[in-house]
Design a protein around this ligand. Structure first.
Ligand code: MG
Length: 159
């Protein structure tokens, strides 16, 4: 039976941090702030996968109070979500996500993001959808104070 999950994440943009999205190091004047590498895209996908399994969010598996997860690449979290699927004899059908960022331009990095995410989840790139939009200059995203991502995942699980 196919189960679906939804995920959303947002991190603040600050000076002095690398901007990592979908596992890709994107040159920019600011980066996302957080306990891990703050990869909002990977976090949203992770929550979508966990949601499809009926599990709680990523923070439950990797608490931001645990020094073990300080600065870790978020690929680790996706690999864990993938492991959770396998543990239930499940199979990821696809994941799809949208990054909402006013700047920088995300489009040139999408192919590399798809590859990173597909690798972490053991999927073909055709099973990973990544899109990007701006927030039309409105709100905190429009003011470049943060970047958000939303994602869905579908997972085939035995009944
Ligand atoms: Mg996060």
């Amino acid at each position: 039976m196919v189960h679906v999950g939804i995920g959303y994440d947002v991190h603040q943009l600050v000076a002095g941090r690398k901007l990592i999205l979908g596992g890709v190091d994107i040159p920019h004047t600011k980066g996302l702030d957080g306990h891990s590498d703050a990869d909002a895209l990977m976090h949203a996908i992770c929550d979508a996968l966990l949601g499809a399994l009926g599990e709680p969010d990523i923070g439950h598996f990797f608490p931001n109070t645990d020094p073990r997860w300080r600065g870790v690449p978020s690929k680790t979290f996706l690999e864990e979500a993938s492991r959770q699927v396998l543990q239930r004899s499940g199979k990821i059908v696809n994941v799809d996500a949208t990054v909402i960022a006013q700047a920088p331009k995300i489009y040139p990095h999408i192919a590399a993001m798809k590859k990173c995410i597909a690798d972490a989840l053991g999927l073909r790139e055709a099973q990973v959808g990544i899109k990007a939009t701006t927030n039309e200059l409105m709100g905190f995203i429009g003011r470049e104070e943060g970047i958000a991502a939303m994602a869905v995942a579908s997972v085939n699980l035995p009944e």
